[in-house]
Write a new protein. Structure first.
Length: 461
């Protein structure tokens, strides 16, 4: 990779972790690599102000990304590109103080934004900018953006329906991010149906149902994921029904996701089905080849993989049906290259598809109990610990890693993994997999653990 492509990949990864406003203000069209030598990356900036800000706020983040892309422990040097710098006189104390004040104000706003996202259970990288649109999800995207502009419109409630792994959680999170960015003082909450159920159970146990209702019934926007979890849970359905009515009456926007239409949800109270069906229902269809290719191309750029159009096309054709499977396959390929030290070649790509991906994902040539036993053994646990009800930190970590390996490396269905690990519902597995996937982006120790487990499992299985 040359300097330009490395910086382009670095910016693509960075854009997923910071707000659009900060990316546009400090990076887009204002920075570039001007020199790249072993151990040193020189970054040119358009102004002294930009240079000072990057050194102060983004040094560690940029270093981590560039170290990964160059496979080297780098020192970053920042300089102003000649001919682009705007006037900045150190002797002008008044202007210097004004600029320092601007930095402090921006830092405070950034901290407030981060706290707002955390309080709403939102992730900054799951936004509309990172959501790839095609004919399969165009209607959902159009309604979602409309909801952000005009909440409590004809699209209330907004019910999103689609198969597992098609981006429903992403679009819910994107709605939350956009709504909160436009209305920073409004109350927004993303929650899973399982999380809502757990909150209800805890409020009953502690006799604090008033706190639960205060949390959910004063919202301006409620984003509820995986509502099928409420099936058969009468008391939870009753509480959600009244919460729904309260929010709707006060003009709050409600957005809900499911893998089935409201009328197809089993063991759901008719009155709740009626409420869910009373607004806008939009379906995410199975992804097409064009969307698959777009997703893989973006993910490959983030991972620093130089895939040709024909290779991306081949992968898209082999793994139609789930965005998670597509992204997971590419992530496994990247991990394989990283942990084996091999360089990417078209031959290796084809071998990886025909070997690991096709045999394991398509034909299921693996013993799930063996995989779970290997992971349990790594943590000095028994397989019964992972399938039991205990929730110590070590057992929970081993259980979630088992979910992740079984899903990402071997392609087992969520419901099958849930059965193997004694979980009541597949959404628990889904969130366990997503938690590990997110942690792997920043936790180097966890990356090492996953690498060792994968090496053991793939070598001996």
């Amino acid at each position: 990779m040359n300097e330009e492509s490395i910086w382009k990949s670095a910016l693509a990864e960075l854009e997923l972790t910071i707000s659009p406003a900060n990316f546009q203000t400090w990076f887009n069209g204002k920075t570039k690599i001007i020199d790249l030598r072993e151990g040193t990356v020189s970054i040119g900036c358009n102004s002294s102000y930009t240079k000072a800000w990057l050194q102060k706020r983004y040094y560690n983040q940029l270093k981590s990304i560039l170290d990964k892309l160059t496979d080297c422990d780098n020192t970053l040097l920042f300089s102003v590109i000649p001919g682009v710098e705007f006037t900045f006189q150190k002797s002008n104390k008044k202007k210097q103080l004004e600029q320092e004040s601007m930095i402090d104000d921006l830092e405070k706003k950034q901290e407030q934004w981060s706290n707002s996202l955390k309080g709403a259970n939102l992730y900054a990288d799951l936004n509309f900018d990172s959501f790839i649109v095609s004919t399969s999800n165009q209607l959902v995207y159009a309604v979602a953006t409309s909801v952000c502009k005009n909440p409590d419109s004809l699209y209330n409630p907004f019910f999103i329906c689609g198969p597992v792994g098609m981006g429903k959680t992403h679009i819910l999170q994107a709605i939350g991010n956009a709504f909160l960015e436009k209305n920073p003082s409004r109350c927004v909450l993303y929650q899973t149906a399982e999380g809502f159920t757990n909150d209800l159970v805890e409020s009953i146990r502690t006799k604090q149902t008033s706190l639960l209702r205060r949390k959910y019934r004063n919202l301006d926007l409620l984003l509820l994921d995986e509502i099928p979890f409420l099936s058969g849970r009468e008391s939870t359905q009753e509480e959600f029904f009244h919460t729904f009515n309260e929010l709707y009456a006060r003009g709050s926007q409600i957005v809900i996701s499911s893998d089935r239409l409201p009328s197809e949800l089993p063991n759901l109270q008719p009155k709740l089905v009626s409420r869910l069906s009373g607004g806008m229902i939009a379906k995410i269809e199975n992804i097409d080849i064009d969307l698959s290719e777009a997703i893989l191309r973006e993910r490959a750029a983030q991972l620093g993989l130089a895939l040709t159009s024909s290779e991306i096309r081949l992968m898209a054709e082999r793994f139609q049906g789930s965005i998670r499977d597509l992204v997971g396959t590419l992530t496994r390929l990247s991990a394989h290259l990283k942990f084996t030290g091999k360089s990417f070649t078209p031959l290796l790509f084809e071998s990886f598809l025909n070997g690991i991906s096709i045999s394991n994902l398509k034909h299921g040539n693996t013993n799930p109990e063996y995989i779970i036993r290997k992971i349990a053994g790594y943590f000095s646990l028994d397989i019964s610990d992972l399938a039991g009800s205990k929730k110590t930190m070590k057992i929970a970590a081993a259980r979630q890693l088992s979910m992740y390996i079984l899903r990402v490396d071997f392609g087992l269905k969520l419901k099958d993994i849930a059965t193997l690990l004694g979980r009541a519902d597949h959404t628990t597995v889904m969130h366990g997999v997503e938690k590990i996937a997110r942690s792997l982006k920043s936790d180097k120790n966890l990356c090492g653990v996953v690498g060792k487990i994968r090496s053991s499992v793939h070598t001996e299985n």
